[in-house]
Design a protein around this ligand. Sequence first.
Ligand SMILES: *[C@@H]1O[C@H](CO)[C@@H](O)[C@H](O)[C@H]1NC(C)=O
Ligand SMILES: *[C@@H]1O[C@H](CO)[C@@H](O)[C@H](O)[C@H]1NC(C)=O
Ligand SMILES: *[C@@H]1O[C@H](CO)[C@@H](O)[C@H](O)[C@H]1NC(C)=O
Ligand SMILES: *[C@@H]1O[C@H](CO)[C@@H](O)[C@H](O)[C@H]1NC(C)=O
Ligand SMILES: *[C@@H]1O[C@H](CO)[C@@H](O)[C@H](O)[C@H]1NC(C)=O
Ligand SMILES: *[C@@H]1O[C@H](CO)[C@@H](O)[C@H](O)[C@H]1NC(C)=O
Length: 380
Amino acid sequence: MTPPYSGHRNRMAVLTLAILLLAPSVLGHVAVWHKGMYCLNGTIPGVDDPDNNAPVSPLFNLSREDWWMHHVNKCDEFPPDDGDFLELPAGGSFVTELAVNRAFTSLSYNGTRTGTFIDGQEHLGLGETDEGKSAEGCITEMNIHTMNESMAAGTAFAISYNSDIKEVTPENLVVFTVLYHTPWHRVAEYKVPDLPECPSGGCHCAWGWVANGCGMPNMYMQPLRCKVVGQTGSKEVAPGKPPVWCEDDPSRCVSGPKQMVFWHQLEGNNVDVSGFDLSGRARSPAYNNKMGFSEGAQTDIFLDNDSATPTFITPGPSSTPPGFSEPAFTSGPGSNGSEPTFTSGPGANGVRDISGFLSLVTTVVSCATLQLSCIYLYLI
Ligand SMILES: *[C@@H]1O[C@H](CO)[C@@H](O)[C@H](O)[C@H]1NC(C)=O
Ligand SMILES: *[C@@H]1O[C@H](CO)[C@@H](O)[C@H](O)[C@H]1NC(C)=O
Ligand SMILES: *[C@@H]1O[C@H](CO)[C@@H](O)[C@H](O)[C@H]1NC(C)=O
Ligand SMILES: *[C@@H]1O[C@H](CO)[C@@H](O)[C@H](O)[C@H]1NC(C)=O
Ligand SMILES: *[C@@H]1O[C@H](CO)[C@@H](O)[C@H](O)[C@H]1NC(C)=O
Ligand SMILES: *[C@@H]1O[C@H](CO)[C@@H](O)[C@H](O)[C@H]1NC(C)=O
């Protein structure tokens, strides 16, 4: 009888793993990673690529058809599995991962290659020392397009109450949350306003980022399937208007629901800026106060009271990425106690990152079952 793992098989495994370890591209840029995303496995039919970086490529000078929902590499043609949604706890928050490659998220390699930063590393002095910086002071060690955390431009999620991605338009895709000073760390927690219930097939969301200098003036737009969970809101989301540069004149800021920033493309732009910002840098229309976006949940995006019917949607299994605490339930005010009210999203009081513990468990489990996992873990 042949033993299950012969010496030859082990040598092959080590070789294969050595190649795999070199494979993840640290080049490229940033995407948001979650089970609800499009093209999680990559953009080759039938292939599940643990080193996928298809969604991270920035969008610049493209036709409307190509930049919209990251169609340029067909990311929008690879929807998540049925039942996988980015879950948005109404009035709470949700946790996602920002990374330059799927390899450095909890959605690949059992999370063993994750780090504090978007490239799987710790970077203890990043933004404070000269670590990884160019002569101009931009961080180039990873493509994060900033000098330090406080200069990071901000990222956002928008929502469209349409289950069919083809029905999503710039007007019905409204920015509902903004996280200033990102992308920076891998783990990013976004707040959610009292969004109303999605249609039965769920909503569509898009993640956006426009960097502030330190590289090409491009933009990011990435599709996800999402749905509102918990105690949903009583007001419908109103159509969005294009945001306007207003750093120098807050009275020009667009109040109310805003569209995502579509900038520097061949067609379909909704924003145009020129000149310099108050710090003397070329204006860049990012998801921050310079474009009239407040930090956190966007609470001014709704139609009248009672334009939607509130209900309770039980969060599903994809509410948090692996390694994070499950959403908390408590009885809300006015509740008779029989029905839980969703009051706080995962990690609302500080994200509990137990990936280190998980990888220890993984080590023990896989060492007991599979020798090559031990070799793999020793190598990293
Ligand atoms: C944008 O694309 C057009 C058409 O392909 C090209 O003519 C133009 O030079 C490009 N602009 C930039 C800034 O790359
Ligand atoms: C991704 O690949 C896994 C197999 O590793 C498969 O189970 C899953 O259905 C794939 N997901 C999508 C959205 O193609
Ligand atoms: C992930 O963990 C499972 C069991 O916990 C193991 O079978 C699998 O080989 C691991 N995958 C990687 C890429 O380490
Ligand atoms: C970040 O960089 C900017 C530009 O160099 C600088 O003005 C600012 O003081 C820095 N912030 C911190 C916290 O180091
Ligand atoms: C909507 O409801 C809120 C809270 O109940 C109330 O304060 C507000 O006046 C209402 N607005 C309108 C236009 O009725
Ligand atoms: C508690 O509230 C739920 C839903 O709001 C309702 O179905 C149930 O009958 C209520 N129970 C009592 C004892 O009032």
